[in-house]
Write a protein that binds this ligand. Sequence first.
Ligand SMILES: *Cc1c(COP(=O)(O)O)cnc(C)c1O
Length: 422
Amino acid sequence: MKKEPFVTLEQIQEITKTYPTPFHLYDEKGIRENAKALKEAFAWNKGYKEYFAVKATPNPFLINILREYGCGCDCSSMTELMLSHEIGVKGDDIMFSSNDTPAEEFAYAAKIGAIINLDDYTHIDFLEKTLGYIPETISCRFNPGGIFQISNDIMDNPGDAKYGMTEEQLFDAYRVLRQKGAKHFGIHAFLASNTVTNDYYPMLAKVLFELAVRLKKETGADIRFINLSGGVGIPYRPEQEPNDIRAIGEGVRKVYEEVMVPAGMGDVAIYTELGRFMMGPYGCLVTKAIHEKHTYKEYIGVDACAVNLMRPAMYGAYHHITVLGKENEPCDHVYDVTGSLCENNDKFAIDRPLPKVDMGDYLVIHDTGAHGFAMGYNYNGKLKSAEILLKEDGSAKLIRRAETPKDYFATFDCFDIIKNLV
Ligand SMILES: *Cc1c(COP(=O)(O)O)cnc(C)c1O
């Protein structure tokens, strides 16, 4: 499928009159249509709820759009909990799926009424010591070990992942939690990341549904929800076929009717914690070509760098690039597209065929709406960019200002060594 930007050169020329590049731009229309499609795909399940994985795109304006479609928040840290609470997300619309969790974060999650999803068996005692009690509603994260396979394709390697409890631990956990006063239970698992197949959720659902039936039978636990977590992916590459969320919802429904309904568990809610699928395609990094360099290779230097988007440097991830205004020109030049960090892996693309890039051209780096801005950092003293929302009416709204040097120096504010800068 041809990958097309959701923004035109004319729109970017207009936006850059007010906001200089680089910035992350988000597509309100795309976010809304996708959130609506997800909601419809799981409408068959009465208790269904998507808890948006805040870590993917921790911007309150974007989260508030998702809330219009019934989404809650899935948090992994103190500040994500604070953000969700502060914008008015109510207690059990917040899922706290953390790992290696500090005591104060459990305490805060309990205080605001979030649902706590325990990553480990030892966290039962840790939580009880921290709170002085075990919450009535609690969830446990499952890790079946081994490899997770769909027919012959290895999707991921849970046996190597630090997350979750073994099956034996999970059964013990439910028994112990019941003794300690827990009344309502959830099960959670995240077994494969960025899956581009309609089979992942249905397969995971089968594993968790069968487990839930046995857990109920053997421990007597009142299971209220099954959390399929994240992992539904997006087509970063043009040749990839996008997931069909309707087919995924239908696939899960089929397994639910096969496994849950006959076991008398037809009232159990399905939860999801999607991040990438909710936002990934609806964000892009807009950057400007500022240098061309001809040495042993051809380089285009842009005004963004890996601090704005870490995935290519960190995972060698592919992000499609469009040179705005040259959408229909032949890709007859081959470039490395680089940022300015003193790190040779600061490349958005390597040996990428593109149309001839001229200085001042705007490049759209696709699919940065999740795990894009959010993974940003400040190496080389680089500052984080602005985030801008392209609204449905075509206008642009600033939803996070760019960092300034003052922000960067702010953590020296209790000293007087550079007081003129802070
Ligand atoms: C990262 C994460 C998610 C979201 O994952 P995506 O791949 O963005 O869908 C959901 N739940 C947990 C616990 C996570 O760590």
